[in-house]
Structure formats: structure tokens, C-alpha cells
Write a protein that binds this ligand. Structure first.
Ligand code: ZN
Length: 79
């Protein structure tokens, strides 16, 4: 099989057309995963609506502002 320059360019173009959407999907997936993880740790106080992050694995967490106990993982998605 002899590879001409035109074939080579075609292969490169095909590779780019395959690679770019692939990379876009990968980066989007990674971004979504990071966002999901930060959302999972995000707690929004049901009393004062203060949003804070809590990386511990307890089910309830106390608000640092008003001290109200909030259930994790049930916070509404704001934005
Ligand atoms: Zn609060």
C-alpha cells in the first residue's frame, strides 16, 4: 500500500474529525463528573440558604452560619 500525500492529509483530517468530538466528549464528561462531585458535597442550608461544601460522609451536617442541621444530598440544584 503506497501512501500519497493526499491520502496522508485525508487520514490526518479524518483523525482530527474523530479526535476532536472524542476529546470534547471526554472533557465534557470529566467536567460533568467534577461538577457532580462538587454538587454532591454542596449543602444549601434550609434555614438561611447559605451554600457550603462538606466533604465528609455523614448524612446530616450543621450549617456553619446558623447551626441548623441539614440533610446532605437533598439540596436543590441552584444553578
Ligand atoms: Zn444556615
Amino acid at each position: 500500500m503506497d501512501l500519497t500525500l493526499a491520502d496522508f492529509v485525508l487520514f490526518v483530517l479524518l483523525g482530527v474529525f474523530v479526535l476532536v468530538p472524542f476529546l470534547a466528549v471526554v472533557s465534557r464528561t470529566l467536567h460533568a463528573r467534577a461538577e457532580k462531585r462538587s454538587l454532591a458535597n454542596r449543602v444549601i442550608c434550609r434555614l438561611c440558604l447559605h451554600a457550603f461544601e462538606d466533604a465528609s460522609h455523614v448524612k446530616t451536617v450543621d450549617c456553619p452560619i446558623c447551626g441548623a442541621t441539614n440533610e446532605k444530598g437533598r439540596s436543590r440544584r441552584l444553578g
